[in-house]
Design a protein around this ligand. Structure first.
Ligand SMILES: [Zn+2]
Length: 61
């Protein structure tokens, strides 16, 4: 009696849902910096960042 059941805000499955999508290659890309000049490539690029896992990618224009 009187046993306290901890309140579970999120199940582990819900917690990992987003990242498992990322691992499958379905990142949620948002533009981090548009038309940025990349000195390595010598041209304009757009930087994208994943809202969930923070991965970044660069796309040349
Ligand atoms: Zn991601």
């Amino acid at each position: 009696m009187g046993e306290v059941v901890p309140f579970k805000a999120k199940t582990p499955a819900q917690k990992h849902k987003g990242k498992s999508l990322c691992r499958s290659g379905f990142h949620k890309w948002e533009i981090c910096a548009a038309k940025q000049f990349d000195t390595k490539q010598g041209k304009l690029v757009t930087r994208y960042r994943c809202q969930r896992c923070g991965a970044e990618k660069v796309k040349a224009l």
